[in-house]
Design a protein around this ligand. Sequence first.
Ligand SMILES: [Mn+2]
Length: 237
Amino acid sequence: MRVAALYDIHGNLPALQAVLSEVENAGRVDEIIVGGDVLWGPMESECLDLLLEVGAVFVAGNCERDVLHPSSEIDRWCRARLSERHRALIETWPLWLEREIDGLGAVLFCHATPTDNEAILTRITPDDDVAAAFAGTGAAIVICGHTHFRFDRDVPSGPRLVNVGSVGLPYEGAVGAFWAFVGPEIDFRQTTYDVERAIVELRATTFPRFDEIVAPSLQGRVTAVEATTEFESRRGA
Ligand SMILES: [Mn+2]
């Protein structure tokens, strides 16, 4: 089978709509896999409803847990926007899925790792640490997200680790929605949409700290180098 891998949507409905049109127009996928962190963003319930409508399947990200079990102002803001039906459904999402993909074989889809959806693995994390994170899984190819920037690493004695980037809150120093077709190759996509118009629409939701957290990402003002440095410093902490 072939899939579209959509990760870290973070309630960015305009970005998700643009990506779903591209997926539909391409007419080449059997399944849409959402790799966690649909939530924790301005229009998260709208994103969830749209993805359910198109029959997507889900793995849970750390932000799903944060929103269901809130510990910050933003977590609580997000939780209040979900229905009881949404919450019950999200509780059932697994930490990982495996699919047999054309041209690639067995591929593991998880938010960060199959056992820890907030593990920090970047393009410069030492090979041994990456290999250890997937030891025992037997996975040859892993599709992950979580850190919001793309990479594709072949790790000796570990898997090929592919981060497809973020649909709705990218740290790429570039504008667009980042995701990938998986099968028969891994085809990284950068879908353009009207970012300034999206910012106006998303800001109107009153999502807390929008201009500090969301707008800079959408405008391409957060680079992968900055984000990698920040994540690696947390990993070492
Ligand atoms: Mn995320």
